[in-house]
Design a protein around this ligand. Structure first.
Ligand code: PFF
Length: 459
């Protein structure tokens, strides 16, 4: 058994702190902004079903693998992969997997922060009553004005990046852990209120029907790839965020149990978000498949028409910001720890450096909605937001599944059985261990490879 290392950044105070932090990372714009609109674009029920299968068969096993690698390596993803590869007598090139993760987190945060900036600005729009009684046209104009003005987008993007880096700079216990202890309960409370509101005021049955009745004719391999990519994205897998959170996990905490809890909480939030949003969309006769504008363009029209819409709308965007904030800190944590451990920077300096780099890259997304916008087609959908859409596709549909595939190969094929048994705290005869190993060795790699090849038309 390897001697147990300790992370220089400290540890979560308990297993609950880890569950909250990992759930905070998982629950984000992906659940509340992205999931409803991609489910809408890909026909609802059948897509949701594929997504749920991906969560169970690919998501949970990869999450266990990532936490396991993180806790065993107890360093940033790059050095963790290097150290573990050495220990297992494998090529130290595995560190490139960690590096791809650090890079993916930095790419994702660059656009994530711009979208979170929209949500920030919408808190103020909504609270000021801008949507009350507004027509679709007026709401469309508010959204149009926001995305067509680079200076405004940049301002909100800057504010959100500052909020993110302020938390990260304070470290694991007084930064990340403290933030999620406030944000997550707040988020759940608002979500439950919103679902209650949708039940009382929306076409709840129609919403349920849209999310859960499967029409497979709408499904193609492109949508399957999007569903799988989203399973990775929503669980924060394939890029080292969960790995770095695992590196702060106390010994002895059961990795399998905590992974189930996090995946279940994340899925519940995505489905509840759908159940809060679609009934309101349907009762106002709006379209569910309206793309990234769904919660920013379609939903505010509904809020403007409904009783109590000002408060409900404002709460909705507060919830969206909470969700984005607790995720953004995990997107940049791998890069920050890498700068601290590898480049021997202080945490403060590492935050400034990575924050500025991400902020700069975010300008690409800011301009994608206006000056630099261009169109292309992906998986049968017309994409209009040029480089932003490309960054999203590159990260969610290529880098994360590829990262997940390599993590599965490392954990399943490169690591000795004794190492994974030791770190997961299981017996080789346990059914759960055997299932996990079977899934990471065969099911995940085969599924990821087939889906990716099918989606690009090679198979
Ligand atoms: N899981 C987050 C969401 O659903 O919004 C996004 C995310 C966070 C992706 C952290 C990847 C990651 F490492």
């Amino acid at each position: 058994m390897a001697t147990k290392r300790q992370s220089v950044h400290g540890q979560w105070s308990s297993r609950w702190a880890f569950v909250l932090a990992a759930t905070g990372s998982a629950v984000g714009l992906g659940n509340i902004w992205k999931f409803p609109y991609i489910a809408g674009e890909n026909g609802g029920g059948a897509f949701v079903l594929v997504y749920l299968v991906c969560i169970c068969l690919i998501g949970v096993p990869i999450m266990m693998a990532e936490i396991m690698l993180g806790r065993r390596g107890r360093q940033n993803p790059v050095m963790t992969m290097e150290t573990l590869a050495k220990e297992e007598g494998r090529s130290t090139h595995w560190r490139l997997l960690g590096l791809m993760g650090v890079l993916a987190g930095f790419f994702i945060l660059s656009y994530y922060s711009v979208i979170a900036g929209w949500a920030l600005s919408y808190i103020f729009q909504s609270a000021s009553g801008a949507f009350v009684g507004s027509s679709a046209e007026t709401v469309g104009k508010i959204f149009g004005d926001l995305v067509s003005t680079p200076e405004t987008l940049l301002l909100w993007h800057t504010l959100f990046m500052v909020m993110t880096m302020l938390v990260v700079a304070r470290g694991v216990r007084s930064g990340l852990e403290k933030a999620v202890t406030w944000l997550m309960p707040g988020l759940f409370l608002i979500l439950v209120l919103l679902v209650g509101y949708a039940m009382a005021e929306g076409s709840f049955a129609e919403g349920v029907n849209f999310l859960f009745s499967a029409d497979f004719s709408k499904l193609n391999w492109g949508s399957v790839l999007i569903a799988m990519g989203h399973a990775f994205f929503t669980l924060s897998l394939g890029m080292g965020a969960i790995m770095i959170y695992g590196s702060y996990l106390p010994e002895k905490v059961s990795i399998a149990k905590t992974s189930f809890m996090v995946a279940a909480a994340d899925t519940t939030v995505a489905l509840l978000a759908g159940l809060a949003i679609f009934p309101i969309v349907f009762v106002n006769d709006l379209a569910p498949g309206s793309g990234p504008g769904l919660v920013f363009q379609t939903l505010p029209i509904a809020f403007g028409q409904m009783p109590g819409g000002l408060i409900v709308g404002t709460l909705f965007f507060v919830m969206l910001v909470f969700a984005a904030w607790s995720s953004s800190i995990s997107l940049i944590e791998p890069a920050v720890t890498w700068l601290v451990e590898k480049k021997t920077m202080t945490r403060g300096k590492a935050c400034v450096v990575s924050g500025i780099a991400t902020w700069l890259l975010g300008i690409v997304t800011v301009l994608s909605f206006n000056k630099w916008s261009f169109e292309f087609t992906f998986a049968g959908h017309k994409k209009t937001e040029g480089l932003f859409d490309m960054l999203d596709i590159l990260t969610a549909n290529i880098m994360l599944p590829l990262g997940g595939l390599l993590i599965a190969i490392f954990a399943g094929w490169q690591m000795a059985k004794t190492s994974s048994i030791d770190e997961l705290g299981m017996e080789s005869t346990d059914l759960s261990y055997r299932m996990w190993r079977f899934l990471v060795r065969y099911v995940t790699p085969v599924a990821v490879i087939i889906i990716m090849l099918k989606a690009i038309g090679i198979l």
